[in-house]
Write a protein of this length. Structure first.
Length: 568
């Protein structure tokens, strides 16, 4: 039964009445909605801005429309009940049949106000319908579990602890391919692989290394940039584990002499996670590396990356310019892609055509046209960019400028009225200027097109639960006072259960933003040396990577050792 109209209120008023938002927050979101020409729902923006959760909004709507609110999961659903409605209807409308009791069908929906949908469900099913409200996220993840989809592997019931004694059923190394496929499907092997993936995603790992040697199978996770060993199953499991992962990734399990690459899609905590699998034949068997692409990480806002106030203000000015080249530089694994995605998310509005060329596409960005290069097919960064310039783009993100041709096309795009964002591998921000010149771009064209360069590194953040203050040594004081002034205390890592006894939790960026002035542009056009550019940038107030790192040391976010390691 749906509530009468007298009981209904606008969503914003409902959230205000329940104390979930303040009047100021609601006004902020309404202003944001105007910016999007009311193309985005209020609830959608509240979740995007992390003011409310999906659950809070759905619960408020359920209360307003007089229907129960339910937290659903695959364990609550029944395959036979779900089959009462056509698969296409379920996927199109995101509804989930839950129970059929005395000819009353209970169905979970995310929009309890949609009376037309209620009537359509009754017409198709032939039963009276009782609605419950649930989040679209919960409904989608449960449907993906039950509806046929050979591309999605769902991690369901997982072991709480890895008891490796249970995996000793495989007692000898298997060489026969037929036996290997059968062994890869054994329950202990499946459980072990599931546990490895589950643990890696839960602990925020970026990569999983599965390394066979003579005596054991070493499993290591890369967490916050450092490899941490998790377990050592018996060595005889190596072939079966590698084969299980290859089956999941759609690779050839009979080919163990050549490297292979593939992908797996899993459901984890009701959200999709992509896994990129790479195998490499070694002396004691195949080494497997799994790269974890967690779309939750793509939703990071610029404010959360670690920018200083002035740097963030200047970076926002640069990404909102109508044309030019903006570069992000740093080594592999320094967070360049995350920074670019956060920038694209900030400028992604309905009247702007944003296109990306990536290798590979790391995360899915709603409202952005993403293209993946294919070197084997001849679809390179350069050829993709050449074609993309004819697709009427406003903003182009090129995953990396690797060669002179891509650099020339990026320059051409910037000079013809497009905003081009890309990455380079240089040690600092001014170094990107000389790198472009070395790739064959004339200095005057570099000066005419490059609007800014952001260099970055990642440092580990001290665990807020166990970090310990200490009085800095005289040499530490001298180092800090040269850049950030007087310091009374610093913090050091200790280690606790919250940080897995590492003393650090997560990472934060340190940044160096080079935004050339007119005088610098003239120097670039005249072929200025890298040293002269650095001196001029420093005079103009540019904070170096180390300077920005020292500010974070002074604030108790990280340590001197972390900053020196990242900026050595």
């Amino acid at each position: 039964m749906v509530a009468t109209t007298t009981a209904r209120k606008p969503l914003g008023q409902l959230l205000l009445d329940s104390g979930l938002v303040t009047a100021e927050q609601l006004e902020l979101v309404l202003q944001e909605q105007k910016k999007h020409n009311h193309q985005k729902l209020l609830g959608e923006l509240l979740v995007e801005l992390q003011i409310c959760s999906d659950d809070q909004i759905t619960e408020a709507l359920a209360s307003a429309y007089g229907v129960p609110y339910a937290r659903i999961s695959p364990k609550l659903a029944d395959a036979q009940t779900i089959a009462l409605l056509p698969k296409e209807f379920l996927e199109k409308h995101q509804v989930l049949p839950l129970f059929l009791v005395e000819n009353v069908l209970t169905v979970a929906v995310s929009e309890p106000a949609n009376l037309f949908l209620l009537e359509e469900i009754e017409r198709i099913s032939g039963f009276s319908v009782q609605l419950v409200a649930a989040t679209a996220r919960d409904i989608k993840s449960t449907l993906q579990t039950y509806l046929p989809n050979d591309k999605v592997f769902v991690i369901d019931e997982i072991m709480d602890d890895a008891k490796l004694e249970e995996f000793t059923l495989i007692e000898e190394k298997i060489e026969d391919i037929g036996d290997l496929k059968e062994a890869a499907g054994d329950s202990p092997v499946i459980k072990l692989v599931n546990y490895i993936v589950y643990t890696a995603v839960r602990e925020g790992a970026s990569d999983v290394h599965i390394e066979p040697n003579e005596s054991a199978l070493r499993i290591r996770l890369r967490v916050d940039g450092r490899l941490v060993e998790k377990m050592r199953p018996p060595a005889m499991m190596a072939s079966a584990v590698a084969s299980r992962i290859k089956i999941m990734a759609g690779l050839d399990i009979s080919e163990r002499r050549l490297p292979q690459d593939g992908g797996i899609h899993v459901m984890m905590d009701k959200r999709p996670v992509d896994l990129r699998v790479s195998t490499m034949p070694g002396r004691h068997g195949e080494k497997v590396v799994i790269r974890i692409i967690d779309n939750d990480k793509a939703s990071v806002n610029l404010e959360k990356l670690g920018f200083g106030v002035d740097t963030l203000k200047e970076w926002r000015r640069l990404i909102n310019l109508p044309h030019g080249i903006l570069l992000v530089t740093g080594p592999t694994g320094s967070g360049k892609t995350t920074s670019l995605y956060a920038a694209l998310k900030e400028i992604n509005v309905d009247d702007v055509n944003i296109c990306t060329i990536e290798d590979p596409v790391e995360y899915n960005l709603a409202g952005v046209n993403q293209f993946q290069v294919n070197e084997r097919a001849g679809f390179t960064f350069a050829s993709a960019l050449r074609s993309l310039l004819r697709q009427d783009p406003d903003v182009i993100m090129v995953g990396e400028i690797r060669d002179g041709e891509t650099a020339r096309l990026a320059t051409q795009g910037a000079l013809t009225g497009h905003m081009v964002l890309s990455t380079l591998h240089t040690n600092d921000a001014p170094g990107a200027i000389t790198r472009l010149i070395n790739l064959g771009i004339e200095p005057y064209l570099v000066a005419a097109s490059v609007t800014g360069v952001l260099a970055q590194r990642l440092v580990r953040k001290l665990c807020p639960q166990c970090r310990q203050p200490y009085t800095p040594a005289p040499n530490e004081l001298r180092i800090l006072e040269r850049t950030v002034g007087a310091v009374e205390k610093l913090y050091k890592p200790v280690g606790c259960s919250a940080c897995r006894n590492l003393g650090f939790v997560g990472r934060i960026g340190i940044y160096e933003l080079f935004a050339p002035t007119d005088e610098m542009y003239e120097m670039i056009a005249n072929g200025a040396t890298l040293h002269n550019l650095k001196v001029m940038a420093k005079k103009g107030g540019m904070l170096s990577l180390r300077d920005d790192g020292m500010e974070k040391v002074r604030s108790g976010i990280t340590t001197l050792e972390e900053v020196y390691r990242a900026t050595a």
